[in-house]
Design a protein around this ligand. Structure first.
Ligand SMILES: Nc1ncnc2c1ncn2[C@@H]1O[C@H](COP(=O)(O)OP(=O)(O)OP(=O)(O)O)[C@@H](O)[C@H]1O
Ligand SMILES: [Mg+2]
Length: 270
């Protein structure tokens, strides 16, 4: 089991990432005039109202997501569970601004995603959201360290600070001795740990994960989920992970169960 034993008090988020916790790189009040602002969010990081995604196909309409209301507060680790085809990926994609809803709204902190222009969405993807996918999507010609360095090029850090931060992140996921390995020289679980480190590079408000353990054996699944749980507990990293793996429930702070595009059950607080 991999545990982030060396972070926390000594090497907490501020030290690790060099920026104040909860920092929000959003629009200023004046820039945001005339927008649909969310109500004061009191720790509310992600909020979806009446979220619907209907796909029109030659055989009729597929209601992939059919009226989801969801609030994720800072420091929560929410597992969205449900069988294949119930709409998990579609929901996560709308929460991350990758898919435009048929109806409903998604707020990331104060910003309504549908109202964000292109440059705001670039800023959201670079700085406010971190994505982890089942298939890792590492850059094959880059080492573990370079993969984590890649998103840091969009930060304001100096080259030296970027390298130091990338190294700390790779170390944090237990791969300090694999810095120079290319993805083909890493196991599936190690690749996913690099992907988690990369997703955290710019200290996102929310880490969104789609079946992060879908390709992993039991041991690697436990390693990746332990890392996510530790990030959540020690650094208050907000996480939303969709999965049909019931094991994820044990690592999350609460879970939502989706069937045919609707939330049918909520477990845990909130
Ligand atoms: N682009 C699309 N066009 C038409 N139908 C789609 C499209 N994308 C998804 N669907 C349908 O929407 C439903 C939900 O798909 P989604 O990928 O969100 O499910 P999922 O819960 O993530 O499934 P899995 O666990 O297998 O990944 C499915 O019935 C799927 O066939
Ligand atoms: Mg899916």
């Amino acid at each position: 089991m991999v545990v982030l034993s060396h972070i926390g008090g000594r090497l907490g988020r501020r030290m690790l990432l060099g920026r104040g916790d909860g920092a929000c790189i959003g629009m200023s009040q004046s820039e945001n005039k005339g927008r649909t602002r969310s109500r004061p969010y009191r720790g509310r990081v992600l909020h979806a109202e009446g979220l619907i995604k209907h796909y029109h196909t030659p055989r009729g309409v597929v209601a992939a997501v059919d009226g989801v209301n969801l609030t994720v507060r800072k420091g929560e680790f929410v597992a969205v569970m449900g069988p294949s085809g119930c709409g998990k990926t579609t929901l996560l994609s709308m929460l991350g601004g990758l898919v435009r809803p048929t109806a409903g709204r998604v707020y990331l902190e104060e910003l309504q995603l549908a109202e964000a222009d292109d440059s705001e969405m670039i800023e959201v993807r670079r700085h406010r959201l971190g994505f982890v996918f089942q298939s890792y999507y590492l850059l094959e010609h880059m080492t573990a360290l370079e993969n984590v360095l890649f998103p840091l090029q969009f930060s304001r850090l100096s080259a030296k600070e970027q390298s130091e931060r990338a190294e700390r992140l790779v170390d944090m996921v237990g791969l300090g001795d694999r810095l120079e390995h290319f993805p083909r020289q890493l196991s599936g679980g190690e690749k996913q740990r690099v992907a988690v480190a990369r997703a955290l590079a710019n200290e996102p408000a929310v880490l969104l994960a789609d079946e992060p353990t879908g390709n992993l054996d039991a041991e690697s699944t436990e390693a990746v989920l332990s890392i996510l749980q530790d990030l959540n507990r020690r650094l208050s990293q907000t996480i939303v992970s969709v999965t049909h793996d019931p094991a994820v429930r044990d690592y999350a702070t609460r879970s939502l169960h989706l069937e045919a595009g609707r939330i049918v059950r909520r477990e845990g607080d909130g």
